[in-house]
Design a protein around this ligand. Structure first.
Ligand code: GTP
Ligand code: MG
Length: 196
């Protein structure tokens, strides 16, 4: 799919204030610093459309981007950042949970996982919660450029093994890098198919 137009629409903390749910929508969720905003910029080939940062906790709002005037991409705040207060963490979790459970046009939620780390409880629990709430999701392993090929393959296999402890089947997944652009074509093609 060609990205002809990518426009920022609105930021807010309340799912009720999001744009009218009249177009297909895809949101990016995951731990703080996993690379959600960077991946959005990479997919859209816009360097600074979504705000990124080396320190976690950059995105604190629900950010809507309108693509090709046909569908929305959504950058969500990261969950689980340990260095903010418990109440702030709960507030962010609340924003994410309400968004995920109440957005009727959410075609697919992309759950981002940093492939350099061993499976984290917070991500596995989040995906289980999605399953319980019948929210369709797809995994994107991020920062693939940071691992050598064999290490990357091992990490993916290890993650699959861990998923199989709670899932009968491995959810669909992609492997990406915002620096090498790995995964770009595949993810855009996947969105294009779902849009139809
Ligand atoms: P929050 O908004 O804080 O939740 O973070 P985020 O998930 O949006 O992460 P962000 O895109 O801001 O990236 C965090 C850091 O990781 C930045 O320093 C990025 O440059 C870096 N980063 C993101 N994706 C990649 C990647 O694919 N490869 C490499 N090498 N670095 C990446
Ligand atoms: Mg971000």
């Amino acid at each position: 799919m060609k990205i002809k137009k990518a426009e920022f629409v609105i930021s807010n903390t309340d799912v009720r204030k999001c744009p009218k749910a009249d177009m297909p929508e895809y949101a990016f969720v995951g731990r703080s610093n996993v690379g959600k905003s960077s991946l959005i910029n990479m997919l859209l080939e816009r360097k600074k459309l979504a705000k990124t940062s080396q320190s976690p906790g950059k995105t604190l709002l629900i950010n809507h981007f309108l693509i090709n005037k046909e569908w929305y991409l959504v950058d969500l705040p990261g969950y689980g950042y340990a260095k903010v207060s418990k109440s702030k963490r709960e507030e962010i979790a609340n924003i994410i949970n309400k968004y995920v459970n109440n957005r009727s046009n959410l075609y697919c939620l992309f759950v981002l996982i940093d492939i350099r780390h061993s499976p984290q409880k917070i991500d596995l629990e989040f995906m289980e919660w999605l399953g319980q709430n019948k929210v369709p999701f797809t995994i994107i392993f991020t920062k693939a450029d940071k691992l050598k090929k064999t290490k990357l393959e091992d990490s993916i296999e290890n993650y699959k093994t861990s998923l199989l402890k709670s899932w009968e089947e491995i959810p669909e997944y992609f492997v990406s890098s915002s620096t090498s652009k790995a995964g770009r074509e595949e993810i855009l093609e996947y969105i294009e198919k779902l849009n139809k």
